[in-house]
Design a protein around this ligand. Structure first.
Ligand code: HDE
Length: 485
């Protein structure tokens, strides 16, 4: 706690004469409306909360740097990944997904892994999770999915029937459900988990040549997870366990780090690869596209103020820099709208002007006004374009690269429905102990489901992924695998 023994003032800078007693008519008289210091204190207090994030509400963050250890200019002109030794300051926020701002860190949930690079050509946000995949593959399903993860509108309680009803009707979720219900669903700390961009992005080099890319942040601390029992105990004893762990580690100079690696896919492979590389419920085999090291991310400074730096931080997959572009992944496309929309609602139209979000590079835009404009609003500079007064001009070399698209405008699903191979591969990759923990966790989670048809539908998905997988869960639930699987 920094103390500065300065003169106490109001928010308008006037010295405060008395911060102990309201102004009243006599010792026992009514409080006077003219006590503007009292009025301001109470009124501002009522307005201290901004809306919490509708998902990923509970989280913690830290500052650090990213250093290139393997030059990527062959693939991308993004300066943050160019030149061995190149260092870029960054800020990261870790989070859970479904819980509210005051919920426990150690619940079974994916973890947010949102990184903001303050690069010399603007901010670059890589807003991922600690899982390389996701439950759904079309943004249109996201509000429905999250409704099932949140509280039942009638009971205000979590509702396992809703959770498994949605998943049993969405077989594309099976891969991520297997991941989530496995050991990786309960990371020991944020320092002991990997992070992933999850989506496929496009990297473009100086010559305009592109490749598809997937990001993997591999923790240098090693992956460590906790059991259901330990997680439950921690959730009761210390709901802020992960937040505290990260803060204390950095405070004592035990700086956590991750090695960033990427998978690179030639553009033309996207048309023939056995899985649609834009389907975020699927991974690319590391045999097909091996991991290539890029650099190292080190967290070396705690926030000075949680609200200013963590609560007000705004990350968006649309915050891109030259050399990094979106892929046609429908989930990513939906996110390109949703995040900045959430920021405008939650923090305000000028959220990028807040210190934590402000780029370290120059901002020369024609945006003006809007609530809470903290800078000089462009001063007397020209405020429209085109103009005859030397205002900021676009740089065509930074246009998003063109690429051919075909097809008719319609509402249409991805045309491949193999949601079982990769989920089954994940199950078969597990050790016997990991499989037993997975099966027990799923059985316990599905027991409260009120409709047997939901259980049977979900069992058939597990069975299609792997017969043993489905059979063990059916047995645990006292059911048999449906005949018509
Ligand atoms: Fe998010 N997500 N998301 N999400 N998400 C938000 O943006 C959304 C998805 C992720 O620490 C929100 O500022 C949609 C995938 C993280 O501030 C919101 C879809 C992945 C964070 C939102 C997804 C994520 C968010 C809520 C389906 C991993 C926290 C507040 C298309 C690749 C960032 C906000 C932070 C936050 C929308 C799915 C990760 C509502 C529409 C997939 C780490 O805009």
């Amino acid at each position: 706690m920094t103390n500065n023994n300065k003169k106490l003032t109001t928010s308008w800078g006037a010295p405060v004469g008395d911060n102990q007693n309201s102004m009243t008519a006599g010792q026992r008289g009514p409080t006077l409306l003219q006590d503007v210091h009292l009025l301001e204190k109470l009124a501002h207090f009522n307005r201290e909360r901004v809306p919490e994030r509708v998902v990923h509400a509970k989280g913690g963050g830290a500052h650090g740097y990213f250093e290139v250890t393997n030059d990527m200019s062959k693939y991308t002109k993004a300066k943050v990944f160019n030149g061995v030794g190149k260092r870029t300051r960054m800020f990261i926020r870790f989070s859970t997904v479904a819980g509210e701002l005051g919920s426990a860190d150690t619940v079974r949930d994916p973890r947010g892994f949102a990184v903001k690079f303050y690069t010399e050509e603007g901010n670059y946000d890589l807003v991922g999770n600690n899982t390389p995949i996701f439950f759904i593959r079309d943004a249109i399903k996201f509000p429905d999915f999250i409704h099932t993860q949140k509280r039942d509108p009638k009971t205000h309680l979590k509702n396992p029937t809703a959770v498994w009803d949605f998943w049993s009707h969405s077989p594309e979720s099976l891969h991520q459900v297997t991941y989530l219900m496995g050991d990786r669903g309960l990371p020991a700390t944020w320092r002991h988990m990997n992070g992933y961009g999850s989506h496929t992005f496009k990297w473009v080099n100086e010559d305009g040549e592109g490749v598809w890319v997937k990001y993997h942040f591999i923790t240098d601390q090693g992956v460590k997870n906790i059991s259901n029992e330990v997680a439950g105990k921690l959730a009761g004893e210390n709901p802020d366990y992960h937040t505290e762990d990260l803060f204390n580690a950095i405070e004592k100079g035990d700086y956590p780090s991750w090695t960033l690696k990427v998978q690179i896919m030639p553009l033309e492979d996207a048309d023939t690869y056995r899985f649609d590389p834009f389907d975020v419920t699927k991974v690319w085999s590391h045999k097909d596209y091996p991991l290539i090291e890029v650099g190292r991310m080190v967290l070396d400074r705690n926030p000075e103020n949680y609200f200013a730096e963590v609560e007000q931080a705004t990350f968006s997959p649309g915050t891109l820099v030259p050399g990094i572009e979106p892929s046609p992944d429908k989930m990513l496309q939906g996110r390109l709208f949703a995040y900045a929309d959430a920021h405008r609602y939650r923090v305000g139209a000028n959220h990028n002007s807040l210190p934590i979000n402000r780029p370290k590079s120059e901002v020369n835009s024609y945006q003006r006004d809007g609530q809470m404009r903290p800078d000089n609003n462009g001063g007397g500079s020209v405020y429209y374009e085109p103009n005859s007064f030397g205002g900021p001009k676009e740089t065509p070399e930074n246009k998003t690269t063109a690429y051919p698209v075909t097809g008719v405008a319609e509402n249409v699903a991805y045309d491949h429905d193999d949601h079982y191979t990769q989920a089954g591969d994940l199950y078969r990759l597990m050790s016997e102990e990991e499989r037993t923990r997975l099966v027990n966790t799923i059985v316990e989670a599905m027991k409260p489901v009120s409709l047997e048809e939901i259980k049977l539908r979900q069992i058939s998905h597990f069975y299609k992924a792997d017969a043993e997988y489905g059979t063990r869960i059916a047995k645990g639930l006292g059911l048999s695998v449906p005949q018509e699987v």
